[in-house]
Design a protein around this ligand. Structure first.
Ligand code: ZN
Length: 454
């Protein structure tokens, strides 16, 4: 995002805030939901997100479990991963939780992520930002939105609105302790160990004391003190929540961390590390799978194919999908189709595999098969921009103009191209039959028009 477009975005957010949100009571969940929804609509297209379904599902899956541990409550929760190497996480009122990809590199197991998410969810659940505002610490939601935006894009945010607004996102000591306690309880209820929360905070705290570099942004909005750590430790001890051994990183965490890294850090740095691992463990199938996947994600398809085939020879179990993806890009569509069919058969809920299978079928001329696979991909992962785009194009070519425009509109929206998205959705609306796609189109057009008015 350029500084200019970010400033426009911030101005839009402030406009939204001034129009839509007057000071609200803490219980006014509807106003908070509306604030969060509008923030997410803008932010989803203006800030770089990691949209890999595997990463989204990993973070969202843990988040959903922790939310379930809270019991019934007024918000639906949504989890997003920001492509940014800093250690940070923040919550927007109404149920929108953002985790920076740098945080995924720092957590050591699922319990630690559950702890961070539990703490953020508690801030939302207990209306903390709205409560701070009522206490007179906020001038209004415009500042709140500006501060949230500057957390994501510190330089542009500060240039547009003054760095002081960022400091206002700092939660008070009381609210931090409340979020710790409430978070630890919901984490425990959901079957994770709340010890992970304490471990993670303690590590950040110790790192910050040891180094002279700037503190991670996480500590700016969630200030840590020794007293806070001691209290959390006492709560865990008193509740008997502190006796569990620390788990190793799950396979899902390793994979999410890997994908987030490939999306965030320079490809050469990531590849160097995985090549080093293959050199030091030449007989490890797993090391070659990782290197092969890294090569694939960075566009080195032929090297990816060779490495993944070596991994398979060494006994790696699950190379079908990535090898199939490499073959598809090397224009071996039939070879890709066979491997991807097997990958989809084994993991029918793998959106990326479904998408790639659809592409392979499409290039072999099997339109009905391709449509079915692409539909499955967008059903599993509506934010998979490439799948929306490809499905839209194929539907259009196949004579289904209404649905074609609809999916093209969705793809453009995911890219932040509002004007073009509006054009496609406007064409889709009268052509779509009654049903979910039509309802979604009407709602998206209403959101786009509201945006135009701001
Ligand atoms: Zn906090």
């Amino acid at each position: 995002m350029t500084g200019g477009s970010c400033r426009r975005w911030l101005a839009t957010l402030c406009g939204i805030a001034a129009l839509a949100v007057r000071p609200v009571a803490a219980e006014n969940a509807q106003a908070e939901r509306e604030l969060g929804r509008r923030f997410a609509f803008e932010a989803g297209t203006r800030i770089p997100l990691v949209r890999d379904p595997e990463v989204v599902r990993y973070v969202g899956g843990i988040g959903d479990r922790v939310v379930a541990g809270l019991g019934p409550q007024p918000f639906d929760y949504h989890f997003f991963i920001i492509r940014d190497a800093k250690v940070n996480a923040f919550a927007v009122p109404g149920g929108y939780i953002y985790v920076h990809s740098g945080l995924l590199q720092r957590i050591r197991n699922d319990d630690e992520l559950a702890g961070v998410l539990g703490h953020e969810i508690a801030h939302v659940h207990a209306h903390h930002l709205a409560r701070q505002q009522e206490n007179g610490e906020w001038l209004g939601y415009a500042q709140l939105l500006a501060a949230l935006a500057s957390l994501v894009q510190p330089a542009a945010g500060a240039a547009a609105l003054g760095a002081a607004s960022t400091a206002k996102l700092q939660y008070s000591r009381e609210l931090e302790q409340e979020a710790d306690y409430m978070g630890a309880r919901s984490v425990q209820q959901s079957g994770f160990s709340p010890e992970g929360m304490l471990d993670f905070f303690q590590r950040l705290w110790e790192d910050e004391r040891r180094t002279t570099t700037a503190a991670p942004p996480y500590l700016l909005s969630h200030p840590l003190t020794e007293e806070r750590l001691n209290r959390l430790e006492a709560v865990l001890r008193k509740s008997g929540w502190n006796a569990t051994p620390r788990p190793s990183p799950s396979a899902a965490l390793e994979r999410a961390r890997f994908l987030a890294r490939v999306r965030t850090e320079p490809a050469e740095e990531v590849l160097r590390e995985y090549r080093e691992r293959v050199r030091s463990e030449p007989a490890s199938a797993e090391a070659r799978v990782q290197l092969g996947s890294a090569l694939l994600e960075t566009g080195a398809y032929e090297s990816a194919r060779v490495t993944l085939e070596q991994a398979r020879t060494l006994g790696a179990a699950d190379t079908d999908r990535d090898l199939g993806r490499a073959l598809l890009r090397l224009r071996d569509a039939a070879g890709a189709r066979d491997l991807l069919a097997r990958a989809v058969g084994r993991h029918p809920d793998d959106a990326v595999a479904c998408y790639e299978y659809g592409r392979a079928l499409e290039s072999l001329g099997d339109t009905p098969g391709a449509l079915a696979a692409l539909r499955q991909a967008v059903a599993l992962a509506p934010d998979l921009e490439d799948a929306q785009q490809q499905l839209g194009l194929l539907l259009g070519r196949n004579g289904d103009a209404g649905e074609g425009y609809y999916h093209l509109g969705k793809a453009l929206l995911l890219r932040g191209e509002y004007t073009q998205a509006q054009t496609q959705l406007t064409k889709a609306e009268p052509l779509l039959p009654e049903g979910e796609a039509r309802r979604d189109t009407v709602e998206l057009l209403a959101q786009l028009r509201a945006k135009d008015r701001d």
